[in-house]
Design a binder for this molecule. Structure first.
Ligand SMILES: C[S@@+](CC[C@H](N)C(=O)[O-])C[C@H]1O[C@@H](n2cnc3c(N)ncnc32)[C@H](O)[C@@H]1O
Length: 468
């Protein structure tokens, strides 16, 4: 983060805008919305003076003087003249007054973000000067997403804050109350402008506020393959309302960033042969947190019910009478297939697909590779890297054509994504030569040919790297 976001209280504070053009007027207007006492210094034409007067501002139609900065809470230079802007910046810095020079982050000690104003909810967006247009696009997207009366909702809740606190003393229960309120029909009523009925309904709700009970719950949530954009909305909501998040190795920081800041985060690891906590310990931890009244999110890579031990955890918790739900996630197979542009089924060639683990409870020998080799369909191998040679041998020895196309996808949907293509005979060697270490998915079958077809082929013996 290059700029620390903070919101300034400028009410009734003297602020200075330097410049007399439309940009300066816009900045003066902005400061006025924050109820600042704004002075504008600069050469303005008659129209601009008229506009500024209409805003209740007095413009001083003269050059900037160092003394103008004295006592100011902030200074904005919109002079559009490099010499004046530089001077304003220097004087303000010397005086220790925060200064923004429009479109010049280097001469600024703060930036004015693109603003979404649903007062008292205010959102500031900045690219730190790197891509202001992108920041503006983000603002437009947020504008479109947020209800117009969001500010009314915040004010409404603010009016009832004290009453709710008086009725529900426990901070955690109170948080849950508000969580339900904001996600529930009453908030919708406020947002639709039905003031009187929402007020009456809120009073009834506050008086029955103890309806919130202490019992906790566990949501076993699929976080998808890594790209935060591939989280489901339901997963996002679960994350944002969780008191405790118990997460695995494949869940990245960018996904955890969606969680509430005050949520407890517990890493339980799980790389091959390197479990931070045993499965039994994880089960016990989930139960303990839920029985203590927390809303627990058990966050897993991909889908929790596909090679995710979600079933084991669900059974353990349900057997103890704990409220447990499952939120599906995008599994690595579909994500990697999309990344490599490999349809897992295709009406012309492939009528079925099987997901298998290359690393069973004991070893790859758990799997009936002989049966799979004969089925002439798509095989998707999770956790197949360590046993790649063995899998290749089993399939070919049991009748699979050695030239059967294979796509190998490492870190699907993540910045370090790598897509390689090979055959049933060559994929172990390709994976070895490329030194793959991240999570790797292997797609075997006719459909995998399309990965190679659409990618650049590097001629290097049997090795065809299709994307780095
Ligand atoms: C313990 S399994 C968990 C699978 C997960 N529940 C799912 O539905 O995707 C871990 C394996 O999933 C595969 N995997 C998970 N994320 C992946 C990714 N982003 N790219 C490639 N493979 C991935 C790898 O085979 C990895 O070894």
């Amino acid at each position: 983060m290059e700029f620390f976001p903070a919101f300034l209280d400028l009410r009734d504070k003297p602020c200075l805008v330097v410049g007399g053009g439309s940009l300066a007027i816009a900045k003066a207007r902005l400061l006025l919305t924050a109820q600042a006492r704004v002075r504008v210094v600069g050469a303005a034409n008659a129209d601009d003076v008229e506009q500024l007067n209409a805003l209740g501002l007095v413009i001083l139609p003269r050059e900037f003087r160092a003394s103008d900065v004295e006592g100011c809470a902030v200074v904005i230079s919109a002079a559009g003249d490099a010499t004046i802007d530089r001077k304003v910046s220097q004087v303000a810095r010397d005086a220790g007054v925060p200064v923004n020079v429009v479109d010049n982050p280097k001469q600024s000690t703060f930036v004015v973000p693109a603003i979404v104003d649903r007062g008292p909810i205010v959102i500031g967006i900045t690219s730190g000067g790197a891509a202001p247009l992108l920041a503006r696009r983000v603002r437009a997207q947020i504008e479109a997403m947020l209800p117009a009366r969001l500010g009314d909702l915040a004010r409404f809740a603010g009016q009832f804050r004290g009453a709710v606190k008086a009725v529900i003393a426990d901070a955690r229960l109170r948080r849950r109350f508000w969580d339900r309120f904001f996600g529930g029909p009453l908030a919708q009523m406020v947002l639709s402008g039905r003031d009187r009925s929402s007020r009456e309904a809120m009073l009834a709700l506050v008086n029955g506020g103890h309806a919130d009970d202490l019992s906790g719950s566990v949501a076993i949530v699929g976080a998808g393959p890594g790209d935060p954009d591939l989280l489901t909305l339901k997963a996002l909501r679960a994350l944002q309302s969780a008191d405790v998040i118990v997460y695995d190795r494949l869940v990245g920081k960018r996904i955890l960033d969606f969680a509430r800041r005050d949520a407890e985060r517990i890493f339980v690891g799980k790389a091959k042969d390197n479990h931070t906590l045993s499965q039994n310990d994880i089960n016990a931890l989930l139960a303990q947190k839920a029985l203590a009244g927390s809303r627990v999110v058990r966050l897993k890579g991909g889908d929790p019910f596909i090679f995710g031990r979600g079933g084991e955890e669900r059974d353990y918790l349900a057997a103890r009478g704990i409220d447990v739900t499952v939120v599906p996630g995008i599994t690595a197979a579909t994500a990697a297939a999309a990344a490599a542009s490999v349809p897992l089924t295709h009406r012309d060639t492939t009528q079925a697909v099987t997901f298998v683990t290359g690393h069973g409870r004991d070893s790859a020998s758990d799997i009936e590779w002989a049966a799979l080799a004969r089925l002439d369909h798509t095989i998707v191998v999770y956790m197949g890297l360590a046993n790649a040679q063995r899998i290749s041998d089993q399939l070919i020895n049991n009748g699979m054509a050695p030239a059967t196309p294979v796509a190998i996808i490492e870190n699907a949907t993540l910045p370090a994504e790598k897509i390689l293509s090979g055959t049933a005979a060559t994929f172990p060697m390709i994976a070895g030569q490329q030194g793959l270490v991240g999570p790797v998915l292997i797609i075997i079958g006719e459909v995998a040919a399309s990965a190679a077809a659409r990618q650049t082929i590097i001629h290097d013996a049997d090795l065809r790297e299709v994307a780095a």
